[in-house]
Design a protein around this ligand. Structure first.
Ligand SMILES: [Zn+2]
Length: 389
């Protein structure tokens, strides 16, 4: 396939409706075709049902030289191929047709995060043309928007050669260097009763009445979490504690039926070093204490670990120098990087575009930021990572 400009490649990527509910094989196959060359090795790591893939691309020579258990030199570039739905009626142009207006490129995924993915793919392709053994890898995930599911699966099941340890995850940060973010865990508490006609309530058992007890217990837990100041809280001055939100309550079927089920969905933002399992245990203890003998189920619905980089890396210092940024920056959203960190990767979040326009109608990418992001990546790669040939 002939090479495309960054913008033309972004246009092609936006043209795939890779909303998380769809298979990502069409966009993944396109990327693999575009990058295929004799010096490159491409892996499509499938989901358990085979519907979707995570794509890993690297040079054959560098893969052969990468051994488990030791840090792998070079650079990994990572992004997710899926996007959130674009069903909002407020779109003023087709969300799957990249459209320029007033210095902006509009389209679903323009910022989050096909813009960075286009830059990364083109830099990989051009670097490898000149340096067929370049220590570069691409890691393109699936189902990030459903709760970093693809990164989780990849981190737990990938048994191929390890990728370069320093990893750039190009979520939109408006070209700020982010080295820390919170995690996010979703839990569901389910209560089960016995259904009955409400005229004969003695024949049933309500699942909603004990839910009231659970809500009070969760509110108390939320208050005590608000008062905690765990490690790293100073980096999150606006919300320096693990924030618990009772996001949804769903129970019962009709006003004249004693309800046989009630589900309470809870989301908690974790500070660095906290784990979803630990938080699950705290919620279980609080609920069990309040309910006494009443049984309940607690399920971990999704788990996106926090990410933090304790020490400067070649990558973080190179990017900081590019944008002249001294201080640590944090963001309040979770990314795939949390899972990558659990298996030893040292991640930095850095990409063009703004999270403020993501997940909304008329998502867009400023053209000047897109171009500047590409130029920064060019320099960082050529100065540090393309030295072998
Ligand atoms: Zn994203």
């Amino acid at each position: 396939m002939t090479s495309l400009t960054d913008r033309a490649l972004l246009e092609r990527l936006v043209g795939f409706d890779s909303t998380s509910r769809n298979s990502n094989r069409p966009i993944a196959d396109f990327v693999c075709d575009y990058l295929d060359s004799p010096s490159v090795v491409i892996h499509q790591h499938p989901s358990d049902d085979g519907e979707k893939v995570t794509v890993i691309v690297r040079t054959k020579d560098h893969e052969a030289a990468s051994t488990p258990g030791t840090p792998v030199p070079g650079l990994s570039l990572s992004g997710h191929l899926d996007v959130v739905p674009a069903d909002e009626p407020e779109w003023t142009s087709d969300p799957f047709v990249l459209t320029e207006r007033e210095g902006m490129l509009y389209g679903r995924g323009a910022s989050d995060m096909k813009g960075f993915v286009a830059l990364a793919i083109n830099r990989f392709r051009s670097t490898v043309q000149d340096h067929p053994s370049a220590p570069l890898a691409l890691l393109l995930t699936r189902d990030e928007e459903l709760g970093t599911i693809g990164a989780h699966h990849w981190a737990k099941t990938w048994n191929g050669a390890p990728l370069p340890t320093d990893m750039l995850v190009g979520e939109p940060t408006e070209l700020r260097v982010v080295t820390m973010h919170k995690g996010f865990v979703q839990l569901r508490i389910t209560l089960t009763g016995i259904p009955a006609h409400s005229g004969y309530p003695h024949l049933g058992k309500s699942a909603i009445e004990p839910a009231g007890t659970v809500l009070i217990a969760l509110t108390e837990l939320r208050r005590s979490l608000d008062a905690e100041r765990p490690d790293y809280s100073e980096h999150f001055p606006a919300v320096p504690y693990p924030a618990l939100n009772i996001g949804r309550v769903h129970g019962g079927s009709a006003v004249n039926v004693v309800p046989d089920h009630c589900a309470i969905d809870v989301g908690i933002r974790l500070l660095p070093t906290m784990t979803g399992d630990q938080m699950c245990d705290r919620v279980r203890a609080a609920v069990a204490d309040a309910l006494g003998d009443t049984p309940f189920a607690l399920d971990l619905i999704s788990d996106s670990p926090p990410m933090w980089l304790d020490a400067e890396t070649d990558l973080s210092s190179a990017l900081r120098a590019e944008v002249q940024q001294q201080e640590t920056e944090t963001v309040s959203y979770a990314t795939d990087a949390g899972w990558f960190q659990t298996v030893g990767y040292r991640c930095v979040i850095f990409g063009p575009g703004s999270i403020a326009v993501a997940h909304k109608p008329n998502e867009r990418m400023p053209i000047d930021q897109f171009e500047r992001g590409g130029a920064i990546l060019d320099r960082v790669i050529s100065q540090r990572y393309a030295m072998t040939s």
